[in-house]
Design a protein around this ligand. Structure first.
Ligand code: MOS
Length: 753
């Protein structure tokens, strides 16, 4: 029950709201992890293995130890004990690379840490790290790009728990495919990609007795605490993790990595604060990547475009020891109506670092394959790709057999088509031209999970008219500071500039990971309940404070609105500012706590909860000079109620920009000789830059999804990247006649005629 009335006139929900932390960021006052300094702090630089498979034969640290300013060179013999961690309940204990650093002499990927130099300055530590001599017994690394599934069991253990390799099945997909009049059978490949946030991963570790404090660039401080507590045999209350600002993560910072434990271990051995900031090169080696995928898609359809069979068999690579699960089949069972379906996966071990979630993990490569196959089927059938999708729009989630909480995908297609001008498309390859350029038009649909992690929050109402909202979640650049303030303001009527937001600190009420596009939907109920409880506390005080206008009233007769307390019967006449009541009661503040449950624990959910959307893309093509550009994108997203459309559009635009990179530029290549990611820098790892980014038009449908929370907000961080690569490759085909089924599209692919 709400003790307040929603006040649409002043609520910031649904309004373009500039980031509250914007001024701090543009003035340089925002402290990112590596900006924190402590007295006596030392600098650590890891030594990276220069082989990808083999063993350390000899480690010679003698020269490095003699260098000026060097405090220690750590390795297996002197780093001290570090334990393994294990998955806990409630999104804790998650870690993509479980082996504690330096646990043995085996090297299984290039860049694996073999030693750690610690010195008074970063420069001294770097010089010492470079002076460590390592001799290896080398074996040939396996970084083969052609993927064949390893001989795994039918149920495999992954980072996220157990998964059946037969992921989803209904009807008889083989028989229906065999007898289908129209078939598509193609394999789509997505390369390894590297997250590459601007901010480098960084950890500073400080011990005070048996209490460990870590400043880290983390997307999830609560999980981080649980992993480090396990590794260092500490109780959780003796570990504190702080992340005030994150220069983005894209999933690479969701879970702690080996360097985090190394900083903590070094700080323990030296009894000094130790800071460890990765190099850009290390960012390609030891902190995850989106794994390579190879996905066979078989579609069977009738001649009028009804799908009768869908088979999706995908393989992804993984590291030798770890088991990140890249769930490419996540959306396959429900995206289309099809009576016969089978989704399976396999894994192939390679000498690479542990893979990790990267923006839209699983679904993004998965939808590239499925949406590409649907586009190929449309061409085969000579049916417009929008119409083909509408023909196969499901009424319910046919995988789970339950209705969707809120699915407006057809409306996304319709709006997108109108905004883009899709009806002017002529389907023949190369048939559209403008200003001497060949145009290619393509489109694709998308979806992404929606739901909630467990979350807790607190809201304080204070005697100076300000409020404070606190939650141990993070703002990874997406606007969470602002969302928390908006929610507190929505419920209390206190203006945004009077709301202080505290996040990114495990000493606050447990908050959700900034991942899965789930932080926003998770915090909504927790913050609203916390505000309600703070208000309830205030109303109770109003009836007891000496000399209060409401003394001896029952708090049920009172209502709080826009920062004032009224008698319900008075219909908002008169009323007392809450600050007066607090001052009269000699209270600095009242606090309310709120929590909300995770939505993923229900084995028999009543609804299928997802966001949906679509992209319409135009490319220009100049065959004379093989110049391909994405020239225009229209994206429509159905992600429930949008809390902050300004930040929301920005999320989708950023994802589309990243999607252009996925389609045309990004790939991490491993050197077959030594297994190194060879383009491990921002010059050789090509990404979309401003010159590649076209005008992007973003539309939100804004249907509240009340199954997710009372405001109806789902998340928006990832969905904008789903589907876009398939829309671009369809546009490339429309312009050039070339079907590229292995990303990224290369100039060489288009020089075939
Ligand atoms: Mo996202 S890959 O869950 O940060």
């Amino acid at each position: 029950m709400s003790l307040t009335q929603a006040s649409p006139a002043t609520s910031p929900i649904g309004r373009d709201t500039p980031r509250l932390d914007g001024p701090l960021k543009v003035t340089g006052k925002a402290q990112y992890t590596s900006d924190f300094h402590f007295p006596g702090m030392l600098y650590a630089v890891p030594v990276e293995a220069t082989i990808a498979n083999g063993r350390i034969r000899q480690l010679d640290t003698s020269a490095a130890e003699q260098m000026p300013g060097v405090r220690a060179i750590f390795h297996r013999e002197n780093i001290g004990k570090m334990l393994r961690s294990v998955l806990e309940q409630g999104m804790e204990g998650i870690c993509e690379e479980r082996r504690p650093p330096f646990a043995d002499d085996e090297i299984q990927y290039y860049g694996q840490y073999v030693a750690l130099a610690v010195a008074d300055t970063f420069e001294a530590a770097k010089a010492a790290a470079d002076a460590v001599r390592v001799a290896y017994d080398k074996d040939k690394p396996n970084v083969e790009t052609e993927l064949e599934a390893d001989d795994d069991a039918e149920v495999v253990s992954t980072t996220f728990g157990q998964h059946e390799r037969l992921q989803s099945q209904r009807g008889d997909a083989d028989a229906a495919f065999a007898s289908a009049p129209v078939k598509i059978d193609q394999t789509y490949v997505t390369p390894a990609e590297t997250h590459n946030p601007i901010e480098l991963h960084a950890t500073t570790a400080i011990w005070e007795g048996s209490t460990l404090t870590l400043y880290d660039s983390s997307q999830g401080v609560v999980n981080f605490r649980s992993v480090l507590a396990q590794m260092f045999d500490l109780s959780k209350e003796n570990v504190r993790v702080i992340t005030k600002f994150v220069g983005s993560g894209f999933g690479g910072k969701l879970f702690p990595w080996t360097h985090c434990a190394l900083a903590a271990a070094a700080a323990r051995q030296l009894a000094k604060p130790v800071k460890l900031v990765l190099s850009r090169k290390m960012m390609f080696q030891t902190v995850g990547h989106r794994p390579r995928t190879q996905q066979r898609v078989r579609l069977g359809a009738t001649t009028d475009g009804k799908l009768v069979s869908l088979q999706h068999d995908y393989i992804y690579h993984r590291s030798m020891r770890d088991a990140h699960h890249e769930d490419c089949g996540e959306t396959t069972p429900f995206q289309y109506s099809v009576p016969n379906l089978r989704v399976t996966f396999g894994r192939a071990k390679r000498n690479v670092g542990a893979a990790a979630d990267m923006r839209g993990p699983g679904a993004v490569p998965g939808l590239y394959a499925i949406e590409s196959a649907i586009n190929e089927l449309a061409d085969e059938l000579k049916i417009d790709p929008v119409r083909l999708r509408v023909i196969n729009e499901p009424k319910i989630d046919e995988g789970l057999g339950v209705p969707f909480s809120s699915r407006h995908l057809v409306e996304c297609f319709e709006l997108g088509a109108v905004k883009f001008g899709w009806s002017r498309r002529t389907p023949q390859v190369g048939s559209m031209k403008r200003d001497g350029l060949i145009l290619g038009w393509g489109m694709a649909g998308c979806s992404w999970i929606a739901g909630r992690f467990a979350a807790e929050a607190s809201v304080e109402l204070r005697d100076d008219g300000t409020a404070r909202v606190a939650c141990a979640t993070q703002d990874i650049g997406t606007g969470t500071y602002t969302n928390l303030a908006q929610l507190a303001s929505h419920r209390t009527g206190i203006p945004l500039d009077k709301i202080e937001v505290a996040l990114g600190d495990t000493s606050l009420p447990k908050g959700p990971l900034s991942g899965g596009s789930l932080a926003t939907p998770s915090i909504v109920p927790a913050v609203l309940k916390a505000a309600d409880n703070a208000i309830a506390s205030l109303l109770a005080i109003a009836t007891t404070a000496r000399g209060s206008l409401f003394e001896k009233r029952n708090s049920a007769e009172l209502v709080f609105d826009e920062g004032r307390v009224f008698l319900k019967a008075d219909d908002r006449e008169g009323g007392v500012p809450f600050t007066d009541l607090l001052q009269r009661a000699n209270l600095r503040l009242v606090t309310g706590n709120g929590s909300s449950e995770a939505m993923f624990d229900d084995p028999k959910p009543k609804f299928s909860t997802h966001s949906f959307g679509c992209h319409f893309v135009e490319v220009t093509w100049q065959p004379e000079i093989a110049r391909l550009r994405v020239s225009r994108v229209v994206t429509v997203i159905d992600a429930g109620r949008i809390l902050n459309p300004l930040a929301g559009r920005n999320q989708i635009e950023g994802a589309v920009v990243m999607g252009i990179g996925m389609a045309l530029f990004e790939h991490t290549s491993y050197d077959p000789q030594n297994g190194a990611p060879i383009n491990s820098n921002l010059a050789d790892y090509v990404m979309t830059v401003n010159a590649d980014a076209p005008p992007i038009e973003v539309h939100f449908l804004d249907y509240p999804d009340k199954e997710i929370n009372e405001i109806g907000a789902r998340g928006i961080g990832e969905i904008g990247l789903a589907g876009i690569a398939a829309a671009i490759t369809a546009a490339v085909h429309h312009a050039t006649g070339v079907r590229v089924r292995e990303l990224p599209v290369k100039i060489e692919d288009l020089l075939m005629w």
